[in-house]
Design a protein around this ligand. Structure first.
Ligand code: SF4
Length: 555
């Protein structure tokens, strides 16, 4: 679909926003360096240069516009130079923070891999990434220590296994989240996998959908298990009273520094129409999204300004050329799904969900996971939006053996509430925007809480208290939607020293508790005090709550 004359309703509102850089209103002249870079050369063209030029010249031969811009369209970011403390992050130029190594994201749509694909992912880690592998909260696998010289071989390996790094980052349609238990969960309304596959087949890698105002995050799930409330667009399983199972459409969610919960369009879409509706919505974003200021460029600002009703009308009138059916809202579970533990599938087999700490695994662990899954009779593994793993299709008599093997790998299928509820972003170890350490702190926190709060876990059947740790004010670990959200920043300790610490957000959540945690003025904690602080808060919650009162209700 190409940009067309805006409907009068959209034009009127958009008129008030003149100068926001909306293509559909004629603002084609790039208004910031990112837009200029994308106009000068389409970012998808950079693949050829990586394979044919930079893989031979090495890091020093890379054009700066490619290095800090277009590389992202293939999942590549420079990682942080080691040894630069968080207090200096904002004071240095980007090139002073650049290491010569890269972070690489592999998009794993729906978090779905076969054990064969998992081995390919693991071998890349072992052979080219110093055995690093993190499960991200978007079901990707993220490597570190990647050299540009190795990219051709890495792509050969990944693409040979049917995997891709295409638009894993950049102003483009990112990995599509999907239910880790699509097609097998007893509670599922409908399997969204065919829609994910079709969106990828039709639109992934097409230039007309890969120069957007900003990133575009999609979720398609027959269960409310993919944080649909905070996506640019989400399709969530729901049963229409007349037409049966299909999807409810949400737009305009997102976190970062201006968090917004997505809005329902009130439209019901059958499975085979999801790709068309997705195309219409991404096209509205491409054509009407705000390209002037990066911090206003996400679709959530457009949806907020237009409202859901107006947005739906533009989708229907200008792009779909037909109305969508009205439909009901999805049901919300009392406790959000994380798929950890042992669960029976619709076919009588079982799936086993297990928790590493904050998604940190390794190539070696993933290789052993593939072996363990196959020994248990499975050929399918899933990554979850909570940084967990799930092994599908396990016969009942092999479940216990698999659980024991997973435990030996540090993947716990009966984890403590603290191990189960923790998430952390990349943090200062590798991220150039980071102010504080995150992954190691998550491990330290879980280890200490498992010892210190053993009296509580031994005597209470406690739902996970979610603790999400971010290394900076961005929200890669979704801090605003955690029971205890921790935003990394430099704070002053009791002795007056500037040290790593966190602004605390309390009582956020998704599902029944959908809303953002409260940021209490002056509610900050140093990194060293963190275990004491979380222990105090949890003990107060356990002592003070009403029976079955959730953390977000109690706060
Ligand atoms: Fe980096 Fe900040 Fe995102 Fe963490 S939240 S990965 S520190 S940008």
């Amino acid at each position: 679909m190409s940009p067309t004359t805006p409907p009068a309703s959209a034009g009127k509102r958009a008129h008030a926003r003149r100068g926001e850089g909306q293509w559909a209103l004629g603002y084609r002249e790039p208004l910031n360096p990112n837009e200029r870079s994308k106009k000068d050369d389409h970012p998808l063209n950079v693949r050829d240069r990586i394979e044919n030029i930079y893989a031979h010249t090495g890091f020093d031969g890379i054009d700066p516009g490619d290095l800090r811009g277009r590389f992202r369209w293939y999942g590549l970011y420079t990682q942080r130079k080691p040894g630069i403390d968080g207090g200096r992050t904002a004071t240095l130029e980007p090139e002073e923070l650049d290491d010569e190594y890269f972070m690489l994201r592999v998009r794993i749509d729906g978090g779905a891999v076969t054990t064969e694909q998992l081995r390919a992912v693991a071998e890349v880690s072992r052979d080219y990434a110093r055995d690093t592998a993190d499960i991200t909260d978007r079901q990707n696998i993220q490597y570190h220590w990647i050299r540009v010289e190795d990219m051709p071989a890495i792509w050969r390996k990944l693409e040979g296994a049917g995997l891709s790094t295409m638009t894993a980052c950049g102003d483009s349609p990112r990995v599509i989240l999907g239910s880790p238990v699509a097609g097998i969960a007893r509670e599922e309304v409908i399997d969204g996998t065919p829609a994910i596959d079709e969106i990828k087949r039709r639109y992934l890698g097409k230039k007309e959908y890969a120069n957007l105002p900003r990133k575009f995050k999609t979720a398609v799930s027959g269960l409310p298990d993919v944080a649909h409330e905070i996506h640019d667009v989400a399709f969530v399983g729901v049963v229409h009273p007349e037409h049966g199972p299909g999807f409810d459409v949400w737009v305009g969610g997102g976190l970062s520094t201006n968090p917004m919960i997505g809005q329902r369009l009130g439209a019901w879409v059958p499975l085979d129409e999801v790709p068309n509706v997705w195309e219409a919505i991404i096209s509205v974003f491409r054509d009407y999204g705000y390209r002037r200021l990066r911090h206003r460029a996400r679709i959530k600002f457009l949806v907020k300004d237009w409202g859901a009703e107006e947005f739906r009308r533009v989708v229907e009138e200008t792009y779909l050329k037909r109305p969508m059916l009205d439909g009901p809202a999805p049901e919300v579970p009392a406790v959000p799904y994380d798929h950890v533990g042992v669960h029976e599938q619709v076919d009588g087999l079982f799936y086993v969900g297990a928790a590493p700490v904050a998604g940190r695994v390794s190539g070696t662990t993933l290789l052993e996971l593939a072996d363990a899954a196959e020994r248990a009779g499975s050929s399918r593994v899933r990554f979850t939006p909570q940084q967990k793993v799930v092994v599908l299709d396990v016969p009942e008599d092999r479940v216990a053996g698999l659980q024991a093997e997973l435990r030996d790998l540090g993947l716990h299928s009966d984890p403590s509430p603290w191990r189960r509820g923790i998430m952390a972003c990349t943090g200062i170890e590798y991220c150039k925007l980071a102010i504080v350490e995150t992954k190691a702190r998550a491990l330290d926190l879980v280890t200490k809480l498992e010892t210190r709060l053993k009296d509580i876990t031994d005597t209470h059947d406690l739902a996970p208290v979610t603790v999400h740790i971010n290394g900076c004010p961005n929200s890669c670990a979704r801090i605003q939607t955690a029971d205890i959200g921790l935003k990394g920043q430099i704070v002053t300790d009791d002795a007056g020293n500037q040290v790593e610490g966190f602004q605390v957000h309390l009582g956020g959540g998704l599902g029944l508790d959908a809303g953002f945690g409260r940021k209490l003025r002056g509610h900050k904690v140093t990194g060293d005090e963190l275990p004491d602080y979380v222990e105090r808060v949890v003990r107060a919650y356990v002592a003070g709550r009403e029976p079955d009162e959730r953390f977000a209700q109690w706060v």
